[in-house]
Design a protein around this ligand. Structure first.
Ligand SMILES: O=C(O)[C@H](O)[C@@H](O)[C@H](O)[C@H](O)COP(=O)(O)O
Length: 241
């Protein structure tokens, strides 16, 4: 696991945009397409805006990137809580990414059906071989959740299915999420976390004893891939480093 600490959220996003750009260009030297799993939430917005600007507009071969999502809130696309909508607004539309390269978790059908369809989509895209995403970008909630793997929810322990839908009582909405095993097959997983409100949780997740029920972010341990944490000084404030 590699820890990258930035002064503040702006510097973190700038550092991460440069890191992702280099990584994508490096991977595309050896393959034709690149699979990028986007995160929802607020933290990545600044990063997506930066990736949609110079120099990344020119540097990254966007036409070779296929976009997926780690999780989705089962709300209509035009609802401001929809993760795909946020990515379209900040990155996909400004960059003119072709629709055939964008693979959303559908929120216009029953969540369970959307989860089944997404699993089928992944199997087709990866031609029934292992789903090995090139890059998965994740956030971490101040309760230690990531994706839609929330403390105490059965989905935290899911080992068979790659995509699950469930009703999240605390938020009165259905969520659709990749499960930990499928993310752990990725070549590279990057967490972003900022703000003092996440400092104690981050210390527990990174330095504490393993307790995935309480801190589902600890489930993310790529089998063969890289794990990076990009955090700001406020979020890193409780770490013993
Ligand atoms: O759909 C979501 O909300 C995300 O996938 C979720 O896992 C998010 O990454 C964390 O809740 C952190 O969110 P913030 O970046 O807003 O703190």
């Amino acid at each position: 696991m590699e820890l990258h600490i930035a002064k503040d959220p702006q510097q973190l996003s700038e550092n991460l945009a440069a890191w992702i750009s280099n990584y994508i260009q490096e991977v595309l030297q050896d393959q034709e397409q690149f699979t990028f799993v986007l995160s929802g939430g607020n933290t990545p917005k600044q990063l997506y805006h930066l990736l949609a600007k110079e120099p990344y507009q020119q540097m990254i071969p966007w036409e070779k990137i296929h976009f997926f999502w780690g999780d989705e809130r089962a709300v209509p696309f035009d609802d401001e809580r929809n993760n795909a909508r946020m990515a379209y607004e900040t990155l996909l539309t400004p960059m003119g990414i072709p629709e055939e390269n964008i693979h959303v978790m559908r929120t216009d059908i029953m969540p369970e059906t959307a989860a089944e369809e997404y699993e089928k989509l992944l199997k087709e895209y990866f031609k029934d071989s292992d789903v090995t995403f090139d890059l998965v970008l994740l956030g971490m909630g101040d309760d230690g959740h990531t994706l839609s793997l929330f403390p105490g929810m059965p989905v935290v322990n899911e080992q068979k299915d790659w995509v699950k839908a469930f009703f999240l009582t605390a938020q009165h909405m259905y969520r659709i999420t990749l499960t930990a095993p499928v993310v752990n097959k990725a070549a590279c997983v990057i967490f972003m976390a900022t703000g003092a409100g996440k400092a104690i949780t981050l210390k527990n997740v990174i330095e504490g004893t393993f307790n995935a029920e309480q801190f589902p972010s600890q489930l993310i341990r790529p089998q063969d891939g890289e794990l990076h944490w990009f955090v700001d000084e406020a979020a890193a404030g409780a770490l013993e480093i």
